[in-house]
Design a protein around this ligand. Structure first.
Ligand SMILES: Cc1cc2nc3c(=O)[nH]c(=O)nc-3n(C[C@H](O)[C@H](O)[C@H](O)COP(=O)(O)OP(=O)(O)OC[C@H]3O[C@@H](n4cnc5c(N)ncnc54)[C@H](O)[C@@H]3O)c2cc1C
Length: 284
């Protein structure tokens, strides 16, 4: 099995990359997702996250180790396990990072990361139904909708904020993020707009895009320190998927580092204690 690009994980990042990389119709792209297709109806109903929050059918349901700072408790750490990944089970809140954080990253020596640099990408991904066009896009795949129904209790909270000089803000992704108000939701006509609905679904008909669900990647195939493919397990069989150009690790904040570690890239002492052959000693 050989493709130009092999994408591990069809979550938020994986779905965007699958769409963009296959858009030219030339490059062949393989997406490997460990979870099932996103056919569970509650994924698509915004309030359905109550049904997916603890549901192993579409959620990895991780727990941390006992946390000293949490009185030794293990803390629940949900992550999506289906097409769309965590964007299929998340709280749908559409609030970007804070301008000052991006600017601080750029000032720390990271060109391209200032708010002015990233704003065009935020606009490009967005189909905003409301908001100042200086900050919002209208042609992107990800639909962002205002909360239609105003509630008197929420209005009372907002009014209370005003009494305390906390300004009303009807657009946290606009000129200022400060204040109190209704946030926008990643919904389209009342249904969840996950990364899978926004980016993957429209691309599924492309002949150069192959998406395999219930395909769990076990490790990277490395040529010295270069990833040339992956080994994945599907229907009880281990299969090698080779990449002519790149392997894109999009398995999320927990499982991307885990896959690197299973492939021998990580803290040497930890890998040795697990019996993993060390390829690169990388501190956590
Ligand atoms: C409960 C919850 C609520 C949230 N609420 C909000 C919110 O309101 N607003 C907001 O902006 N963000 C929210 N987030 C965060 C947001 O959803 C995530 O930051 C984002 O989806 C992460 O994208 P990702 O591509 O890094 O990972 P994910 O979207 O998690 O994708 C990783 C994918 O990789 C797959 N995978 C993992 N390991 C393997 C493997 N070995 N082989 C193959 N596939 C694998 C997983 O099954 C998953 O589909 C929330 C997240 C959660 C979990």
């Amino acid at each position: 099995m050989i493709h130009d690009y092999v994408i591990v994980g069809a979550g938020s990042a994986g779905c965007v990359l699958a769409n963009r990389l296959s858009a030219d119709g030339q490059c062949s792209v393989l997406v490997l997702e460990s979870g099932p297709p996103d056919t569970y109806p509650w994924i698509h109903i915004p309030i359905g996250y109550a049904k997916t929050m603890f549901n192993p059918r579409v959620n990895w349901c991780f727990y941390t180790e006992p946390e000293p700072g949490m009185n030794g408790r293990k803390i629940y750490w949900p992550r999506g396990k289906t097409l769309g990944g965590s964007s299929s089970i998340n709280g749908l809140i559409s609030i970007r990072g804070q301008r000052q954080d991006y600017d601080a990253w750029a000032a720390a020596g990271n060109p391209g990361w200032s708010y002015a640099d990233v704003l065009p990408y935020f606009k490009r991904l967005e189909h905003a139904l409301e908001g100042d066009r200086a900050f919002h896009g209208t042609d992107g795949p990800l639909c962002c909708s205002p909360i239609g129904r105003k509630h008197e209790l929420i209005e009372a909270v907002i009014a209370a904020g005003a009494e305390l000089a906390i300004p009303r803000n009807d657009d946290f992704n606009g000129a200022s993020q400060e204040g109190v108000g209704y946030y926008h939701l990643t919904t389209r006509r009342g249904r969840r707009c996950s990364a899978a609905s926004a980016y993957l679904k429209p691309a599924r008909g492309r002949r150069n895009l192959e998406v395999l669900t219930r395909a769990h990647v076990l490790r990277l195939v490395l040529d010295r320190t270069r990833a040339t493919g992956v080994v994945f397990r599907r229907n009880g069989e281990d299969v090698v998927a080779n990449a002519r150009r790149e392997v894109l690790l999009c398995a999320g904040a927990i499982q991307s580092p885990q896959l690197l570690q299973l492939s021998g890239i990580g803290p040497a002492a930890l890998l040795a204690s697990m019996g993993v052959r060390i390829v690169r000693d990388r501190r956590a």
